[in-house]
Structure formats: structure tokens, C-alpha cells
Design a protein around this ligand. Structure first.
Ligand code: FES
Length: 157
């Protein structure tokens, strides 16, 4: 075997030896063994079962998603839009209808100010949905919530 053939065999051997490392580096192993079957559909393995239960509650998000994103907005799976968030003082899970009672613009949760602010005409609502500043004359509609493991259940009446 001449020098050129020998170096060719050594090169092929090194390439073959590094192939498993390259394959392992390119494989997503975050959820490979334990898929999150309760994710809300934003990249999760299985969407939530959002059907309304006999007690009127339905699963509209997970604790993991809420804590990762700060809020969960669901405008598709319930009879009304639902914005899930944490009460800033108690960390309790809460949910409101994010449509402003004035003319139904979508309010924005501002956790640093502990208010919901309407971008259309300036109404402001407290962290509990109470009316603080008009022109709205009504508070945000609140929904009952409860936690079941990693699931957040909301009763949209
Ligand atoms: S729609 Fe919110 S203040 Fe008018």
C-alpha cells in the first residue's frame, strides 16, 4: 500500500468514526423520550383536549405554557375569547375575556403596571378585571379557573 492509499484509508476511518457524533448532534432530544401530551399546541406533541366537560370547565392551556409565555390567549376553543394570566400579587391563575366592553378591542395585559390597557380608546382595568378608567363603563368579564396537574381549566359561561 502506497502513502496516498494509506492516507485515504485513514481519512475514511476518521470520517466513519465521527459520523455517529454528527448524527447525535443533529438529533432533537428535548422531547424524544417523554412527549408533552398536554401542551397547548404551540409546538407540543399532542394538542389539548379542549372539549367542554360535564362540569362546564375546559382545558385551555398548561402551567408550563403560561409560565413560559406569561399569558395564554385562546380565541378559538371556547365560546368566548379567553386570556389566562397570573394575578400579580398572589400568583393565582385567573382568566378574563380580553375584549374591551366599550367596543371590543383586545386589551393588553401589562404585568409591570398590573393593569389591562385597551389600545383603542384608553380604558384601563385592574388585575382582577375591574374598571379603572373609561370610556368603558363595565369591567372585563371574568371566568372561573382551576388547575388539574399541568392543565389550566376555564369555565366559560
Ligand atoms: S374599545 Fe376599549 S376603550 Fe374603546
Amino acid at each position: 500500500m502506497n502513502r496516498r492509499a494509506f492516507l485515504g484509508w485513514v481519512g475514511m476511518g476518521m470520517l466513519a468514526a465521527s459520523l455517529p457524533v454528527v448524527i447525535a448532534a443533529c438529533t432533537d432530544t428535548d422531547n424524544a423520550d417523554t412527549p408533552d401530551t398536554t401542551d397547548s399546541g404551540s409546538g407540543g406533541e399532542t394538542p389539548l383536549d379542549t372539549s367542554v366537560r360535564p362540569d362546564g370547565f375546559q382545558a385551555l392551556g398548561t402551567i408550563a405554557t403560561l409560565d413560559a409565555n406569561g399569558t395564554i390567549l385562546d380565541s378559538e376553543n371556547a365560546a368566548k375569547p379567553v386570556l389566562i394570566y397570573r394575578q400579580p400579587d398572589t400568583n393565582a391563575i385567573a382568566a378574563v375575556n380580553p375584549l374591551c366592553p366599550h367596543k371590543e378591542c383586545e386589551v393588553q395585559w401589562q404585568p409591570d403596571l398590573k393593569i389591562f390597557a385597551c389600545p383603542c380608546h384608553g380604558s384601563k382595568f385592574g388585575a382582577d378585571g375591574s374598571l379603572q378608567v373609561g370610556p368603558s363603563t363595565k369591567p372585563l368579564a371574568k371566568f372561573e379557573t382551576k388547575q388539574e396537574g399541568n392543565l389550566i381549566l376555564v369555565k366559560v359561561a
